[in-house]
Write a protein that binds this ligand. Structure first.
Ligand code: ATP
Ligand code: MG
Length: 238
């Protein structure tokens, strides 16, 4: 499946999206009537309390979950009309996802984890690109360590490198600095903003760090299943 995102200025569109989870005795309304439009190259922050549905919302935007009702459009594709395989292909070719729990392959080294998406698409100079990505997250000396031999913050940085090494059109980042000290977190924020400037990646960032959210162009608050845009000061990353 090919899609030329340059044709689209709207990269993500949510229309009246609801997401319910059947529970023992009741149905849980996690996401209620969410509408959102993200333009190409925008940087969007999503904040909200633990359990408010931020990770769920990212999964819906990336087509990892399907809404109970409503429409999700990603990179010109109406995801409701796509098969599981088509959605996987869109994600693999054009989307990067930094999972809150990293989801690294435990049997692979840091370098092998980053090489994986490059090798999948037979991208040239994969080794060189993977090493460069490791260097960008400050882990060039941990290339041959497996996830279990890395600290939580180091695993998070491998997950970040794996997500951006393919130069995705859209990068979903679920609390990408949640496990990092202040200085490393600031470096990772700078790196994400640099990716936005240099390779024009649209960024959707979930964070509990309100200063990070303020550096983004727009900030949305997810509360009680509803997504509300917050008034932020002028973005400072540019
Ligand atoms: N499979 C499931 N079954 C039942 N409830 C679920 C399931 N998955 C998620 N939930 C519930 O959905 C709600 C939203 O979860 P989600 O992980 O999206 O929250 P979050 O905002 O990302 O939280 P955090 O900031 O802690 O990461 C939570 O109340 C959670 O308990
Ligand atoms: Mg979460």
């Amino acid at each position: 499946m090919t899609a030329n995102v340059d044709k689209f200025t709207t990269v993500i569109e949510l229309q009246d999206v609801h997401y319910q989870i059947p529970s023992d005795s009741e149905v849980l309304d996690i996401i209620k009537a969410c509408n959102l439009s993200v333009q190409s190259k925008e940087i969007i922050a999503i904040v909200g309390r633990s359990g408010s549905g931020k990770s769920t919302l990212l999964s819906l935007m990336a087509g990892l979950e399907s809404p109970s009702s409503g429409n999700v459009n990603l990179l010109g594709h109406t995801l409701n009309h796509c098969s599981e395989d088509e959605r996987a292909q869109i994600r693999a070719q054009q989307v990067g996802f930094i999972f809150q729990n990293f989801q690294l392959m435990p049997s692979m080294t840091a370098l092998e984890n980053i090489l994986m998406p490059l090798e999948l698409f037979e991208i040239e100079n994969a080794q060189e690109k993977a090493l460069q990505a490791l260097k960008q997250v400050g882990l060039e000396n941990r290339a041959h360590h497996r996830p279990a031999e890395l600290s939580g913050g180091e695993q998070q940085r491998v997950a970040i490198a794996r997500a951006f090494v393919t130069k995705p059109k859209v990068l979903f980042a679920d609390e990408p600095t949640g496990n990092l000290d202040e200085e490393t977190a600031a470096q990772i924020q700078d790196l994400l903003f640099e990716l936005n400037r240099t390779i024009k990646t649209t960024l959707i960032v979930v964070t509990h760090d309100l200063e990070f959210a303020q550096r983004c162009q727009k900030s949305y608050h997810l509360s009680n299943g509803h997504l509300l845009e917050q008034i932020t000061t002028e973005a400072t990353h540019a």
